[in-house]
Design a protein around this ligand. Structure first.
Ligand SMILES: [Mn+2]
Length: 323
């Protein structure tokens, strides 16, 4: 029996959701199973290659819905979960008790733990550390920007490694361990320990770069780092550098996309009032109310910069209107 698990790649919650789903499946659905892991990233154009839905079962976790009949399991908690009204309607008709959606959950991992326990009798206690930390990391529940940027906890170092590693197999190697071992243990694994020092050094350099590149006006930070290899930077650095900010808009570039990242400061004294998932959906992106993103083709850099400027203006206007 072969189960292919599609997960949100370069994301601590995505990897943890794949890990927890696999442990739950092995313990409560069937034991004689081989898991194959496939990371998915948001990009301009088609998100899924349906020819890859080739397992005996195919699961998607922490990523958008697919109406393909080959997909037999789905869990998500993103506000922007459906690519189209047709997909949302398709999910509404769903009767299998194997596809689940709740945008109120801080992490997809804690959502799977709850469903697995309540619907399938799974015991979540052995994975409580993972569930605890995915809620903190995906829900941005850090005490302050300093602790989010200093990354003392093992979960935060793993998050950095998952987001910034350039080894395409790194997350695939980590997933089978994530739901079975204490997070501090995983830092000692040779394939993890080897990449931490250079990534921490890169992280420290990225703070200096963003100190140069970020500008805050009307509570909204803007930065453009498309000329640098910096995708996977710690997304809390702008708020660490600009503690009074409410929003940030950044443009970055990788081999396959130009990304406009739109976020809000979790420690802001002023409450963010704009739903960022809705803003990003207008440009073909999505996410959560407090953080979202839009992916453009690498050839569509001008469109990305235009979208970023429009969003910056919109957010600055919203902050100016706030009491
Ligand atoms: Mn998530």
């Amino acid at each position: 029996m072969r189960v292919r698990v599609f997960y949100h790649d370069k994301c601590f919650d995505g990897a943890s959701a794949a890990a927890l789903f696999s442990r739950f499946y092995r313990e409560r659905i069937r034991g004689d199973v081989d898991f194959v892991y496939s990371g998915l990233l948001h990009r301009a154009g088609a998100l899924f290659d349906e020819s890859q839905f080739d397992g005996d079962e195919n699961a998607i976790v922490d990523f958008k819905y697919s109406s393909s009949p080959r997909i037999t399991w789905w869990f998500d908690h993103h506000e922007s979960a459906f690519l189209s009204p047709d997909d949302a309607a398709h999910f509404e008709q769903e009767q299998s008790n194997r596809k689940f959606y709740d945008p109120a959950f801080k992490s997809c991992t804690s959502f799977i733990a709850m469903i697995a326990e309540q619907h399938f009798g799974f015991d979540p206690h052995p994975v409580s550390e993972l569930v605890h930390w995915t809620d903190i990391v995906d829900g941005a529940m850090y005490d302050d920007a300093k602790s989010a940027v200093e990354m003392q906890a093992p979960a935060m170092k793993l998050t950095m490694a998952i987001e910034a590693s350039t080894d395409r197999d790194f997350v695939r190697k980590l997933i089978p361990l994530l739901a079975y071992r204490p997070l501090a243990d995983l830092l000692q694994e040779p394939f993890v320990a080897a990449i931490l020092p250079p990534l921490l050094e890169r992280h420290r350099r990225s703070i200096d770069i963003l100190r140069d590149r970020t500008q805050e006006t009307d509570g909204t930070i803007f930065f453009n780092i498309t000329d640098l290899e910096l995708e996977g930077y710690n997304k809390f650095i702008p708020y660490y550098l600009h503690p009074d900010s409410v929003y940030s808009v950044g443009v970055s570039k990788s081999a396959f996309r130009v990304k406009v990242s739109v976020g809000s400061n979790p420690w802001s004294r002023r409450e963010p009032t704009v739903n960022l998932a809705k803003v990003c959906e207008r440009y073909g992106g999505g996410g959560h109310a407090r953080v979202g993103a839009i992916s453009f083709e690498v050839t569509q850099g001008d469109a990305a910069h235009r979208a970023a400027q429009e969003i910056v203006e919109e957010l600055r206007a919203a902050v100016r209107l706030q009491p």
